[in-house]
Design a protein around this ligand. Structure first.
Ligand SMILES: [Fe+2]
Length: 218
């Protein structure tokens, strides 16, 4: 698009805005998530599938339970704030589609993005401490999540202290953390190397389409 008024000075282009929030009230709610998700997994009836791979079978956020309502409210508030931060100051409507995950020893999720949604996120319920494997390479980062620069090769010419050096953003989640990011961002969930379970709830923010969303690209 052509700038109508030439801006004098620095111009920041193509931001990738993510959210990292430690949700107030997580200590009280996480035991309810754990009990409920473990019970769901015991009752899961799809044979070869588990909660993560069968993520389309039910929407976790349609459950009428206090801890689900607590997380739903925080996600909705955060999405509203996200749009304001992006400068999108008009009515936008969405639905939250979510699913629970239990990762056991060796479980991981290869690099992927979330097509057909606008924002994606994860709320962390339970994280293992340490590892139960005998020996690993020194660079393993069990249970972390890594996000990759969507501009693929933007780090190629990076030199010290310029903002393109880091082509990845890696976080060691802790219980109570919620992260949210544009759904096009590729991310990788590192293997769980503990016999203890890693429990989380992932979600997509899917927009209810309106023609008022069409950008003015003339
Ligand atoms: Fe994902």
């Amino acid at each position: 698009m052509t700038q109508e008024v030439l801006r004098d000075g620095f111009v920041t282009l193509w931001p990738t805005i993510m959210v990292q929030r430690l949700l107030p009230g997580h200590e009280a709610n996480n035991p309810m998530f754990i009990e409920h998700i473990e019970a769901m997994e015991r009752q899961h009836e799809h044979g070869s599938k588990d909660l993560t791979t069968d993520f389309m079978s039910a929407n976790y956020f349609e459950l009428d339970l206090p801890h689900v309502g607590w997380l739903r409210n925080h996600i909705n508030q955060t999405v509203q704030t996200y749009f304001r931060e992006m400068g999108m100051n008009y009515e936008i409507r969405w639905v939250i589609q979510g699913w629970a995950n239990i990762n056991r020893l060796g479980d991981y999720h290869e690099p992927h993005n979330h097509p057909r949604s606008y924002l994606s996120g994860t709320y962390y319920v339970k994280m293992p401490r340490g590892t139960d494997t005998e020996s690993n390479r020194s660079d393993v980062r069990p249970n972390c999540i890594t996000f990759f620069d969507p501009r693929a090769t933007a780090n190629m010419t990076a030199i010290r202290d310029d903002p393109y050096v880091a082509y990845e953003h890696t976080v060691q989640p802790r219980p109570g953390l919620m992260m949210m990011w544009p759904s096009f961002v590729n991310h990788f969930v590192h293997p769980n190397l503990s016999k203890d379970t890693r429990i989380s709830v992932s979600f997509n923010i899917v927009l209810h389409w309106s023609d008022s969303y069409l950008p003015d690209t003339a």
